[in-house]
Design a protein around this ligand. Structure first.
Ligand code: G3I
Ligand code: 9MR
Length: 557
């Protein structure tokens, strides 16, 4: 019986999916406390799942709204995990997913006071980072040693990549723009909690201040990444001492940086306790934009770099060959912050009719979201009337037929949703739907977004809740170096596993997927070898952080 293992909002849709070929007819719900039967209804007709072809029956108990803790029972089939119905049923999860970023902090010890069982010494001070020959410039010749501390580790590895930080920060800053009231009171229990800034912004600043150090002061270009030459072994941060490099400046990194800094400038401006920071961010954004105008196609191509320079760099690539969307996002953020039309005039805001879902290499929608979010106060610009329509078009495509599919969710309409990091597809679909709700006030988008949170928290073909530390049957063995090396049995909490990925690229490294993992929606392995389905990453946590806070704000107020 697959369901959201955290539970349900009283007034929201509530569905469990029963995988069975038995001729059962009904289900009921019992209260955990005293086993009293509190609800009974019939199962929907059998429907094979679209991808894995399992026979499923939906158990819909939307009309049952009484807060409490329960189990769902299908006689002859089984009993579900316990779940809760409550007004703020995802509050603790929301907090943990935001705090997940704290656990990813580089260059600082995580004391027990804040990190609980997962406390650890500092790692990767990044106070003597070498300029790799690929990144040499007049201001900073190859071999120059720079300081570039702080930031979040990207994922299960210990490197820091600007492109992936870009979408992550854009998503978190957008969450703050859209849901400040709730984020202002979301206590993360982090070292900065006593200061006057909201904890969510304090956490964001940890990565922002690192990003600022990644700009070449000589020309405004931004290094693609700060990295080891090759991945660290499965060791704790404090045990890692391999040399660190900043590698080649690139157009994607520089534009993503420009977008983040322009947005950060806007978000941080009201906080007088951060004197000068909003100005610094805006200046950094403008310089980055200028560099990108002069270097519009510096593609990051790791193989080409390794042909020309030593040492070879073999860590995450994040090489994107299509920069159209990075220009759109940077222009949208800079225009929204400065209202200078020039940014829009220099950019093809609508190069084609597509509205591709955001991912690390596809950030166009982030620009549209921002333009829509601030439409009221933005002066006219060519194409302004298109922006809302594009977001709503995407959301309507996602909505189509979703409650008639086996799992009654938006995620998984096609096998293409199951890519490396498929969990982030579900979360980003959720964000697109929320944006459409914000533009239309039509509740159907909220219900659909919630179906994808249900997916991530257990209503899926694997039966796993993909967030560490939450739910009754969740990811236990993420490909996450601290979780592997710390000697603590439970994984670091609040981290979203990548999820099903039929590419199974980690088979080459000896990962063995068992029988039953052939279908795309089942291609998941809860083993720490599985970087292709069970790593965690900041750009996957971020859209979940957005989705969770948005739904809490909507349902719990
Ligand atoms: O772009 C093609 C597309 O045209 C094609 O249709 C599709 C079919 O599979 O593949 C697309 O390329 C994929 C690419 O991501 C863009 O989505 C590749 O197959 C896929 O292997 C690639 O996966 C990336 C992976 O690194 C390997 O490069 C993930 O998106 C990305 O999240 C992941 O990021 C890693 C970092 O490199 C290192 N740190 C950990 C992090 C998370 O695993
Ligand atoms: O640990 C690495 C992970 O963060 C990356 O996402 C993944 C793909 O680039 O690579 C992992 O490192 C593996 C490397 O690619 C191949 N040898 C084994 C490494 C650890 O499993």
């Amino acid at each position: 019986i697959r369901l959201n293992q955290m539970g349900f909002y009283p007034a929201a849709p509530k569905v469990a999916i029963v995988v069975t070929s038995k001729p059962v007819a009904s289900f009921y719900i019992v209260r955990l406390r005293d086993e009293a039967k509190v609800f009974e209804s019939s199962l929907a007709a059998t429907r094979p799942t679209e991808l894995s072809k399992e026979p499923t029956r939906a158990a819909d108990f939307t009309t049952f709204q009484t807060p409490g803790t329960y189990r769902l029972i299908v006689p002859g089939v089984g009993t579900s995990y316990a779940f809760t119905i409550a007004a703020d049923v995802h509050r603790s999860l929301t907090r943990a997913v935001w705090k997940g970023f704290y656990y990813q902090r580089a260059s600082i010890a995580l004391p027990e006071r804040y990190a609980k069982a997962w406390h650890r010494p500092a790692g990767h001070p990044d106070d003597s980072v070498v300029v790799h020959p690929s990144a040499a410039s007049p201001a900073r010749p190859a071999g120059t040693v720079i300081r570039s501390p702080r930031g979040w580790y990207d994922a299960g590895d210990y490197n820091k990549y600007i492109v992936n930080s870009g979408i992550t920060m854009g998503t978190l800053l957008s969450a703050y723009e859209d849901y400040a009231a709730l984020l202002d009171i979301l206590a993360l229990d982090i070292p900065e909690q006593a200061n006057t800034l909201p904890d969510a912004l304090d956490e964001i600043l940890w990565n922002l201040r690192w990003m600022l150090t990644m700009q070449d002061p000589g020309d405004g270009g931004v290094y693609h990444k700060l990295t080891n030459a090759k991945f660290d072994g499965m060791i704790m941060p404090g045990a890692a001492h391999a040399p660190r490099y900043v590698v080649q400046k690139g157009t994607a990194a520089t534009l993503d940086f420009a977008a983040v800094m322009a947005q950060a400038s806007r978000v941080l401006r009201p906080f007088k306790q951060l004197p000068g920071l909003a100005d610094s961010c805006l200046q950094a954004a403008e310089q980055a934009w200028q560099w990108a105008q002069q270097h519009p196609r510096e593609i990051y191509d790791q193989a080409a770099i390794n042909n020309r320079f030593d040492p070879d760099i073999t860590t995450g690539g994040y090489g994107d060959r299509d920069l159209t969307d990075e220009f759109i996002w940077a222009a949208a953020e800079l225009y929204t912050t400065t209202q200078q039309l020039e940014y829009i005039q220099l950019t093809r805001l609508f190069p084609d009719r597509k509205n591709p879902l955001p991912s690390w290499g596809q950030v166009r929608l982030l620009g549209y979201y921002t333009l829509a979010r601030h439409a009221q106060r933005l002066p006219a610009y060519p194409g302004k009337e298109n922006v809302n329509a594009r977001i709503i078009k995407l959301a309507d495509e996602l909505l189509r037929n979703y409650d008639h599919r086996s799992y009654r969710m938006v995620m998984g309409a096609t096998a293409k949703d199951y890519i490396w990091g498929s969990s982030s597809v579900a979360a980003n679909q959720g964000i697109a739907l929320i944006q459409a709700y914000r533009l239309t006030q039509d509740q159907k988008y909220i219900a659909a977004a919630l179906s994808n949170l249900d997916y991530l928290l257990g209503r899926n073909s694997t039966g796993y809740c993909f967030v560490t530390g939450f739910g009754s049957h969740s990811t236990q063995h993420p490909h996450h170096r601290p979780s592997i090396a710390d000697g603590i049995r439970p994984p670091v909490p609040g981290l979203l596993a990548g999820g099903p990925n039929p590419g199974k690229q980690d088979k080459a490294d000896g990962c063995t997927y068992g029988p039953g993992t052939e279908a795309p929606d089942k291609a998941y392995l809860d083993h720490d070898c599985s970087y292709a389905s069970n790593e965690i990453a900041i750009n996957w946590n971020a859209p979940l952080a957005y989705l969770a806070v948005a739904l809490e704000a909507y349902y719990a107020g």
